[in-house]
Design a binder for this molecule. Structure first.
Ligand SMILES: [Zn+2]
Length: 154
């Protein structure tokens, strides 16, 4: 389960709208839950770190990539503040919030993959996905938007 505060959800949606018609991408960060990587884990990010879409091999309307140096810098910054990367978000311009084969190819285990559909700059449905244990598919998780207190599971 991925729990987003209304402010965090709004930040991700705003980034998706801003980046349209390109995909936006960023990290979801927060304290690492004990059960991280298990289906029972409640993943509660406290911040969304927007990164540039550094995909350089053609149009960025259906691809995204992190610049490795920008990713490392963001991870170091989070680490300094006691936060961990819990997931990755990106947008699907004019496409549903279902992961693409490209997304599957590049996904890492345990991370929550939040996808926001954005049509004509208007952010639409959002869904969250994690890799299946055999890494051959995505499993859809619960996405909840709720005000949270760190350390409490809503
Ligand atoms: Zn995608």
């Amino acid at each position: 389960m991925l729990v987003l505060s209304p402010a965090l959800e709004a930040a991700v949606r705003a980034h998706a709208a801003r980046a349209y018609p390109e995909e936006c991408c960023g990290l979801l960060a927060g304290p690492l839950p004990d059960s991280f990587g298990t289906p029972e884990a409640a993943v509660v990010p406290v911040e969304a770190a927007a990164l540039d879409n550094a995909w350089g091999e053609g149009p960025r309307g259906n691809r995204y990539a992190f610049d490795p140096r920008a990713l490392l810098a963001a991870e170091r910054d989070l680490d300094r503040r006691g936060l961990a990367v819990l997931g990755v978000y990106h947008s699907h311009p004019d496409a549903p919030a279902w992961p693409s084969p490209f997304d599957l190819e590049r996904a890492w285990p345990s991370y929550a993959y939040l996808i926001v559909s954005v049509r004509g700059r208007a952010p639409g449905e959002a869904r969250v996905w994690t890799l299946s244990p055999d890494r051959r598919s995505f499993l859809e998780g619960d996405l909840r938007v709720a005000q949270t207190v760190i350390g409490e599971t809503p």
